[in-house]
Design a protein around this ligand. Structure first.
Ligand SMILES: [Zn+2]
Length: 339
C-alpha cells in the first residue's frame, strides 16, 4: 500500500466521472466523540394497516395493492416524470430548456413491512433483481425512454418517508447528469483501448487487494478508490456486461448474494439499520450499441462514525469538491472485518 495515501492530504481522480475528491487522512486520526452510540431500535410490524405499500392496503390514488407474495411493482401515482406531458423546447439566447417525459415506478421488495434487503433471504433478493431486469427491459423498449434509473433510498436520513422495503425506477428520454458523465468517460476509454474502463480498473483492484470488501465467482464488492461517502461501496460484475439483462440465472443469484453481504455488513457497522442511497448505472436504452458500458451498483451511505453522526456535503463540498477523512482503504478494511 502506498503510505502517502494514508498520511497526507491528496486529490483522488474518479475515472468514471472525471471529478476529484479531496482526501484528508490526518483528520481521521482525531479523537472521536460519540463513537458506537446506540440508537433506539425501531421494531416494526410485518404488516402496517396505515402503510400504502403493504399488501392489500389502499394507496392515495384509491387503487388497492394486491395481496402480493414477493415483489410488487406499480407506476408511481405522483411520479416526477409523466409519459404524456406537453412536448416543447425553449432556446432564447442563454435560456435553454426542453420538455422531458418518462415513467416512474415503485418496487416493493417484500410484503413484509419490517424487513430490509439486509434482512431478506438471498432467494428473495433474487426476485427483486429479476423484477429490475423486467422493468429495465420493458421500460427500455418504449421508444421515448432512453435511460432507466433503478435506485433505493433507505432510511429517514436519506429522505425516505416510508420504512416499507422498496425502491424506485425512474425512466426518461434524456440521460441524467451522472449517467451522462459516466457514459462519456467510458466511451472515450473504450474507443481508444477497445476494453472496458471498469473491467481494467477491477483487474487492478483485484491485484492490489486493498479496497476489496467481498468477492464471489461473478462479482466484486469494493470501496472505490475515489469514493466520496465514508463507507461508499460498488458492486461490479467481473464480466464486461452492459446491463443487468446480460446476467444468467447463476449470476443473478451471485449478484443477490453480493447485495445481501454488503447490506448485512452495513447494518453491523454501527449496529443500526444502515441508511443509504443505492443505484444501478448501466447502458442507456437509446438503441445504440453502448459496448463501452460496464454496469455497476453503488451504495452511498451518509453515516460517518456512528449511527447518529452523519456526513454533510456542505461548504467546501458544495463550492469546491467532495472531501473525506477516513480513507477508502480503511473503510474497506472495517467492512471486510464484518463479513
Ligand atoms: Zn408496509
Amino acid at each position: 500500500m502506498n503510505t502517502d495515501l494514508q498520511d497526507y492530504t491528496h486529490m483522488r481522480f474518479n475515472i468514471l466521472t472525471g471529478e476529484c475528491v479531496l482526501v484528508s487522512p490526518h483528520r481521521a486520526k482525531r479523537p472521536w466523540q460519540g463513537q458506537n452510540e446506540e440508537i433506539s431500535k425501531e421494531v416494526r410490524p410485518s404488516h402496517d394497516k396505515t402503510c400504502y405499500l403493504c399488501a392489500g392496503n389502499p394507496r392515495v390514488s384509491g387503487d388497492i395493492n394486491p395481496k402480493y407474495k414477493d415483489v410488487f411493482v406499480f407506476t408511481n401515482d405522483f411520479g416526477s416524470l409523466q409519459k404524456d406531458s406537453k412536448s416543447f423546447k425553449i432556446e432564447e439566447g442563454l435560456i435553454l430548456a426542453q420538455s422531458e417525459t418518462g415513467v416512474c415506478k415503485v418496487i416493493c421488495f417484500s410484503p413484509d413491512h419490517s424487513k430490509s434487503l439486509a434482512d431478506m433471504e438471498v432467494i428473495n433478493i433474487e426476485k427483486v433483481v429479476e423484477a429490475w431486469q423486467n422493468e429495465y427491459k420493458s421500460l427500455g423498449e418504449i421508444d421515448t425512454i432512453n435511460y432507466v434509473q433503478i435506485f433505493e433510498n433507505k432510511g429517514a436520513v436519506m429522505g425516505c418517508s416510508n420504512p416499507h422495503p422498496h425502491g424506485q425506477i425512474w425512466s426518461q428520454s434524456t440521460l441524467p447528469n451522472e449517467v451522462y458523465k459516466k457514459d462519456r468517460h467510458q466511451y472515450a476509454y473504450f474507443n481508444s483501448n477497445s476494453t472496458s474502463l471498469l473491467g481494467n480498473y477491477l483487474a487492478q483492484e483485484l491485484k492490489q487487494n486493498e479496497r476489496i470488501v467481498f468477492e464471489n465467482d461473478s462479482f466484486v464488492v469494493l470501496v472505490p478508490f475515489w469514493g466520496i461517502w465514508p463507507f461508499e461501496t460498488m458492486i461490479v460484475p467481473k464480466k464486461h456486461q452492459k446491463s443487468i439483462l446480460e446476467m444468467n440465472e447463476i449470476e443473478v443469484s451471485l449478484y443477490a448474494e453480493a447485495i445481501s453481504v454488503v447490506t448485512k455488513a452495513y447494518d453491523k457497522l454501527f449496529s443500526c439499520s444502515f441508511p443509504y442511497s443505492s443505484g444501478i448505472h448501466q447502458a442507456p436504452t437509446n438503441g445504440e450499441n453502448n459496448d463501452h458500458w460496464h454496469w455497476h451498483m453503488s451504495f452511498y451511505p451518509p453515516l460517518l462514525r456512528s449511527a447518529t453522526v452523519k456526513k454533510f456535503m456542505v461548504g467546501y463540498e458544495m463550492f469546491g469538491s467532495p472531501q473525506r477523512d477516513i480513507t477508502p482503504e480503511i473503510a474497506a478494511q472495517k467492512l471486510r472485518e464484518l463479513i
